[in-house]
Design a protein around this ligand. Structure first.
Ligand SMILES: Cc1cc2nc3c(=O)[nH]c(=O)nc-3n(C[C@H](O)[C@H](O)[C@H](O)COP(=O)(O)OP(=O)(O)OC[C@H]3O[C@@H](n4cnc5c(N)ncnc54)[C@H](O)[C@@H]3O)c2cc1C
Length: 404
């Protein structure tokens, strides 16, 4: 009789795993707690699903050596070919970000679900796996009260980010009950909270600028692009990219700052020359056209210049201070939004307990891990879904009996 392989979790990595197993002619059951598959995929890429990044390499993840073993077997090109075979035409935008041509995340779930059904995967929806015991086979306790036996199990339950999508971290419990260990986990690709009296006034201001993460006066990471001030802090793609390092340091009780450069494309001298040219204006009027209007009052308060002061009456020292601030405004980071708002979970099941070639547990034979439940996370821009596709495909290839 064919081995019965159960995939727990019908998200990105579980869906591709189930399809791959069926391609290998395995007897597969896919268990998903929601009433539909791929719920989180629908929310990705602002509803457009940034499903991979053509520039992605293992270096873009927290554990490059581990990821490399998987990417060598099923990387970005393989992923694009896989989805092309399902009918998805890729459209690559700036920084390698790749979307379906339709620009609809639902295209991705539609083709995956179509394939799962076409291949005849046994589907069990609205069912959570509550516990797993390993004897001769795996015994899965289900929320329906029933028990299911499996010869192999692929744990594709995701992390803790966006728990409303179904991935609420229950997979960690399933794994630790089987003897696995996990690292600390924290939200990543997430908005940051800042300490500043100006946030209320700057709420909603969006601009293209540069954000730098600073620790002990050292530059840790620099990102350029859209930045958004909010009433609690700061957001935008640049900030999400900085957030992983920021949160790791906060977890370690370190003091960190985000340096924001409000002006790009011209240097400090040009700004100073401009002020001198406009010396008959008030400083408030002199800042118009240079920075977002909603920032003017806050910037002036920060350097202690009264807004109606004529530029020609401002002492040089203070004018220099203002110019410096426009290029280097530092905010203390005091926290981040939580898992509800995060795109990914940093941390997870420790990689030393997983064979990087097969993604099989080193502790429990026949148990495999895919996606975000593992202590792997990547940059914002298609990297985390790429890890989900690669790990799902590779785990299934080995669980399904090939390449062992
Ligand atoms: C808002 C948002 C936007 C994002 N945008 C992007 C993007 O554009 N590009 C990108 O690369 N990444 C993006 N990500 C990250 C990406 O979606 C995830 O990294 C990826 O989906 C993880 O795949 P996974 O298979 O590990 O887990 P998930 O996709 O989270 O799937 C896990 C599944 O397991 C189910 N499950 C959990 N526990 C159980 C249980 N005990 N029993 C049964 N079922 C269970 C859950 O219901 C869920 O369906 C985004 C994330 C969010 C939250």
């Amino acid at each position: 009789m064919k081995a019965h392989i159960v995939v727990i979790g019908g998200g990105a990595s579980g869906l591709i795993a189930a399809i791959r197993l069926k391609q290998l002619n395995a007897n597969v059951t896919l268990i998903e707690r929601n009433n539909k598959l791929g719920k989180k995929i629908l929310a990705t890429g602002n509803g457009r699903c940034n499903f991979t990044n053509v520039l992605a390499t293992e270096q873009d993840y927290n554990r490059p050596n581990f990821v490399k073993e998987t990417f060598d077997q099923f990387g970005v090109k393989d992923t694009i070919s896989f989805f092309e075979s399902l009918g998805i035409i890729p459209k690559t935008e700036e920084l390698g970000k790749t979307y379906p041509l339709s620009e609809q995340a639902s295209s991705m779930t539609d083709v995956l679900i179509y394939e799962v059904k076409r291949l005849g995967v046994n589907l069990l929806l609205e069912t959570s796996v509550i516990d797993i015991k390993k004897g001769k086979t795996f015994s899965l306790k289900l929320s329906s009260g029933k028990t299911m036996e499996a010869d192999k199990v692929i744990l594709s339950t995701g992390g803790k980010a966006m728990p409303l999508s179904g991935s609420d971290g229950s997979g960690y419990q399933l794994a630790t009950n089987l003897g696995h260990h996990m690292t600390d986990i924290f939200p990543a690709l997430v908005k940051l909270e800042l300490e500043s009296p100006h946030l209320k006034h700057m709420d909603g201001v969006k601009f293209k600028g540069e954000a730098t993460l600073i620790h002990n006066n050292h530059i840790l990471q620099v990102e350029q692009g859209d930045i958004l001030f909010t009433k609690y802090g700061i957001s935008g793609p640049t900030i999400l990219q900085l957030s992983r390092k920021a949160n790791a340091l906060l977890l370690d009780y370190q003091t960190i700052f985000i340096k924001v450069q409000l002006i790009n494309g011209i240097d400090e001298k040009r700004v100073m020359d401009r002020f001198l040219m406009l010396e008959r204006k008030t400083i408030e009027d002199g800042l118009v056209g240079l920075i977002h209007k909603k920032l003017i009052k806050s910037v002036l308060k920060e350097v202690g210049i009264f807004e109606h002061t004529l530029i020609k009456d401002i002492p040089n020292k203070q004018l220099n201070k203002l110019v410096k601030l426009l290029f280097d405004w530092r905010f203390k980071v005091i926290g981040s939004k939580d898992f509800d708002d995060a795109q990914v979970t940093a941390g997870g099941i420790v990689v030393e307990e997983i064979n990087p070639k097969t993604l099989e547990s080193n502790l429990v034979r026949g148990l495999y891990f895919t996606g975000e439940i593992i202590d792997i996370d990547g940059l914002c821009g298609g990297y985390n879904l790429q890890w989900a596709w690669s790990s799902g495909y590779v785990a299934a290839t080995h669980a399904g009996g090939l390449n062992d």
